[in-house]
Structure formats: structure tokens, C-alpha cells
Design a protein around this ligand. Sequence first.
Ligand code: AMP
Length: 111
Amino acid sequence: MCIFCKIISGEIPSSKVYEDESVLAFRDIEPQAPVHIIVIPKEHIESCDMIDESSSAMVASIFEAIPKIAKICGLTNGYRVLTNVGEDGCQSVKHMHFHILGGKKLPDRLS
Ligand code: AMP
């Protein structure tokens, strides 16, 4: 079972900020911004690259949850949503997830 599936099952603890029937969000263990949240579908899917027609409801539920999570976390002045995919994207956990980053003005370039 992957580490995020273990967080979903409760086998590994997390700092949960939001949960519904299909989505879980928790604080990143190594935050890269004052607010750094990981948003995951409860259904295991490796990455965005595996999304197809059958994923529509799951993808919609994630993006419906994101503004709710931002509000819960007090992100009233904007934030960034990103996802890493595969080797070149530097994806370290092979369970699709979206980072919500905020709480300060973020850098506008990758490098
Ligand atoms: P990525 O590099 O896009 O795959 O992002 C994986 C993210 O998951 C990283 O920012 C890690 O800090 C975070 N992470 C890994 N394990 C945990 C954990 N047990 N609890 C919270 N965040 C985690």
C-alpha cells in the first residue's frame, strides 16, 4: 500500500484539514510555504497522467474541495495549486496529489 493510502486508512497519522467521501487533505510534513496542504483522492491513482474519462467525478470532487480547503486554511489572498507528474516532474509519492501553497507571496518563477 502506498504512503498516502496508509494515511487514508489511518495506518499513518496526518494533520487532517478536510475530508469528504472521496477526498482527503492534510498538512505537508515538510512545508514549503506557511500553508502547504496535500489534497488526495481516496481512490488510488498514480498521477495526473493516468486520468481518463472514468476519472471525471473524482477529478471534479478534488477541484470542488480545493476552494473549501483554501477557505478553511485562511487563504483569502490567493494561493497556488500544483501537481508533480513522474520522473521529470519530481513526483516522489506515486499517489496523485495536489499541493496547495500559500500564506505568503509566492515566487512567480520556477528558477
Ligand atoms: P511530490 O514530491 O509532489 O510527490 O510531493 C509529495 C509530498 O508529500 C512532499 O511535499 C512531502 O513532503 C509530502 N509527504 C510525504 N509523506 C508525507 C506524510 N506522511 N505526511 C504529510 N506529507 C507527506
